[in-house]
Design a protein around this ligand. Structure first.
Ligand SMILES: NC(=O)C1=CN([C@@H]2O[C@H](COP(=O)(O)OP(=O)(O)OC[C@H]3O[C@@H](n4cnc5c(N)ncnc54)[C@H](O)[C@@H]3O)[C@@H](O)[C@H]2O)C=CC1
Ligand SMILES: O=C(O)CCC(=O)C(=O)O
Length: 366
């Protein structure tokens, strides 16, 4: 059964990590390393079953292959999931045990933060392996990726606005933001500075108050965000929010946010958006600023270089729209094609033998 799934989406390697003394139970999934070592964060979550954890590792690692390829990075896709409650089960021993497993892969996989893990956890992993990014600033590293993800979403939104309104100037546009946490706070700052009006919602009243006070936003109830009379909808909280129930309620012309897996079904709901004349900025392109930022650590982190690469997401989004027009397909599918075409082309180029293949991991100067 597992091999059937692995074969269907062509995974390279699944590593089951177990350390009795620290209680580590983790899965490292490496989906594809055509472009370079697999990079993807480490998620810690109290999965209800092993099957759920394996499926998450598989789904997320494949997502990273697409995200990294579409971002123009020389990196493949992988992800780690740790079965455990981040509020109760973290320890130095657990992350060091994981670090030793990452080290044992000898650079085929590079880990980073994800839901449930932090820069401090990455610093502990770094005690055991160099194959970790997203370290704290005390290591002259990139620190919290969220503000960089926000910048990537902002430039994506500008490009999507150009497609919908003929201009990427967001002044006077109303943006409905779902979830105003780490990424969306800075996104709201960029939008406010650009002269956009903000309507926000969150399950956390403090998060709402912050953007209402700092950026003159107004707020609506959690369920009312889909009905807002806005120009742009920015999903920045949960996956699966673009579905049969919500799409018909949207009044916007653009959807662009940071949340992963926004479309409940890529083909069906990508098409529904298109049929309503809504321009969808594919999630894994729009939210790739975080991974571009952490990947910069592999060259010895340089913030201005990272920012300039994140701003290039505008051009990647350009390519998505170009492919969508070229092939008469949804932008969701076009983003996948952008990634698949790059992997395919570089696989062919790389079939040419080199005695010592140059790799992103041998350039690091950390
Ligand atoms: N932090 C990063 O650099 C990256 C984040 N993402 C994705 O972007 C999204 C946001 O990430 P963060 O800002 O880091 O997370 P966060 O946890 O700081 O923010 C999410 C916010 O959504 C709110 N929320 C939860 N359920 C909600 C609901 N039903 N309705 C409205 N609001 C709700 C939470 O209270 C929180 O304020 C996530 O889907 C994450 O996977 C993707 C790439 C990178
Ligand atoms: O942004 C990070 O820290 C790691 C990259 C990643 O796993 C993601 O973008 O989902």
């Amino acid at each position: 059964m597992l091999f059937e799934t692995i074969e269907k989406y062509d995974y390279e390697q699944i590593v089951f990590c177990h350390d009795k003394s620290s209680g580590l139970k983790a899965i490292i999934a490496i989906h594809d390393t055509t472009l370079g070592p697999a990079l993807g964060g480490c998620r810690m979550w109290p999965y209800e079953s092993e099957e759920e954890a394996i499926n998450d590792a598989l789904r997320l690692s494949r997502g990273m292959t697409y995200k990294n390829a579409a971002a123009g990075l020389n990196l493949g896709g992988g992800k780690t999931v740790i079965i455990g409650d981040p509020k109760k089960d973290k320890s130095e021993a657990l992350f060091r045990a994981l670090g030793r497993y990452v080290e044992s892969l000898n650079g085929r996989y590079i880990t980073a933060e994800d839901v449930g893990t932090t820069e401090d956890d990455m610093d502990i992993i770094f005690e055991e392996t160099d194959y970790v990014v997203g370290l704290s600033e005390s290591h002259h590293s990139s620190g919290n990726p969220s503000p960089k993800t926000s910048l990537g979403v902002f430039v994506s939104m500008k490009r999507a606005a150009k497609e919908a309104f003929g201009t990427d100037d967001l002044a006077g546009k109303t943006v409905a933001v779902q979830g105003v946490g780490h990424v969306a706070y800075d996104l709201c700052r960029y939008l406010h500075e650009a002269g956009a009006k903000l309507v926000v919602t969150d399950i956390n009243q403090d998060a709402i108050d912050r953007v209402v006070n700092d950026f003159n936003a107004s707020s609506v109830g959690i369920n009312d965000i889909y009905d807002v009379d806005a120009d742009i909808f920015a999903p920045c909280a949960l996956g699966g929010v673009l579905n049969d129930d919500t799409i018909k309620r949207l009044k916007v012309k653009v959807v662009c946010g940071s949340a992963n897996n926004q479309l409940q079904d890529i083909d069906k709901h990508g098409t529904q958006l298109e049929n309503k004349g809504i321009i969808y900025a594919p999630d894994f392109v729009a939210n790739s600023g975080g991974v571009i930022n952490v990947a910069d650590e592999l060259d010895g982190y340089n913030e201005s270089r990272a920012i300039s690469n994140i701003e290039k997401i505008y051009d990647q989004m350009d390519k998505v729209f170009e492919i969508s027009h070229r092939d008469q397909i949804t932008t969701a599918r076009a983003a996948e094609i952008l990634a698949e075409e790059r992997i395919d082309q570089l696989m062919k180029v790389r079939s040419n033998f080199l005695k010592t293949e140059r790799s992103i991991i041998s350039r690091g100067k950390r």
